[in-house]
Design a protein around this ligand. Structure first.
Ligand code: MLT
Length: 302
């Protein structure tokens, strides 16, 4: 019997794929495989029988990759399995910013129980009037599974798309639409975009890549969306860009203490991948990967 430990809540739909040869345990010390979402594993000691860790999600920055490599532990992730959930929230984030929804929602709630709501609503319509995203330009940094879905969906909504990926110059490679423009330098993306969304991994090369130099090249009043990782952003430079209006809204999926107090930051508690469907997809893929590796030695994604 193989032992699988779970960290974080892993979808029961995924766990139900484990065959009779597997048992789910609490103790990671005895595990042959570990299923994890976002829990940081850097300080965790691994048991001698551990063969594989599967991250039910795309980012693997919560896993000590170097130590796993040294100890011969295979690490899997589930790229693409939650891409649709993130895409939908990116589209929502653009509309939230464009139509001033967070402020309008908060304001509308203050009307509860008050008299003359009709008049107040008329005032609100003027106060919170926004813009449409149709006809605007979206820059997509990172054209992996999520970036491509976002780019194609934005085009469907009438946006023009400019994409950049340091590892991809052929746009057909990941099913990107033929009408998106691909640039091979961010200096050709920043000045043209009304909205910019970033979908790159948190690795040494991308740490702090959105900094003063980047903000300086962007349009005044740009909306910047970050559903990837907060380490991609230089907080000092973001604070300045928010304070001086360079960035109209920073839409982020990370509750970063430094910037969330700004009125023009729209913050979500890491909800990008938190849909029932994405959780099931990620858990199912992660479980299949672990079983395939333990039983057949296959490494389908790592
Ligand atoms: C990811 O990297 O795909 C997300 O962080 C997944 C999650 O929220 O668990």
């Amino acid at each position: 019997m193989y032992k699988i430990a779970t960290l974080n809540k892993i979808s029961p739909v995924g766990l139900s794929r484990l065959t009779d040869e597997y048992t789910v345990i609490d103790n990671t010390d005895e595990a042959n495989g570990i299923l994890v979402r976002s829990q940081a594993m850097h300080d965790m000691e691994f048991g001698e029988d551990l063969l594989a860790i599967a991250r039910a999600g795309a980012g693997v920055n919560n896993i000590p990759l170097d130590r796993c490599a040294q100890e011969g532990i295979v690490v899997f992730n589930t790229p693409g399995a939650n891409a649709n959930a993130v895409k939908e929230l990116v589209l929502a984030g653009m509309v939230l910013a464009a139509r001033n929804i967070p402020d309008a929602l908060a304001w509308a709630k203050t009307l509860a129980g008050s008299e003359g709501v009709g008049k107040a609503v008329e005032k609100g319509k003027g106060q919170f009037a926004g813009t449409e995203i149709k006809g605007k330009t979206l820059g997509v940094i990172g054209l992996g599974a999520i970036g491509v879905l976002v780019a194609n969906a934005a085009e469907d909504l009438g946006m023009d798309v400019i994409g950049y990926d340091p590892y991809l110059t052929v746009k057909a490679a990941h099913g990107l639409s033929n009408t998106a423009t691909i640039v091979d330098d961010l200096k050709d993306l920043y000045p043209k975009c009304d909205y910019i969304t970033i979908h790159v991994p948190a690795v040494a090369d991308t740490k702090g890549m959105i900094n003063k130099q980047a903000f300086d090249q962007m349009k005044d009043g740009v909306v910047f969306l970050n559903y990837s990782r907060d380490t991609l952003i230089n907080d000092d430079d973001l604070e300045k860009a928010l304070a001086d209006g360079k960035v109209k809204n920073y839409v982020t999926d990370f509750t970063d203490d430094r910037v969330i107090t700004f009125d023009n930051v729209i913050v979500l508690p890491h909800l990008g991948a938190s849909s029932a469907e994405a959780e099931e997809n990620c858990a199912s893929m992660a479980v299949d990967q672990i079983m395939d590796y333990i039983e057949n030695g296959n490494i389908t994604n790592s």
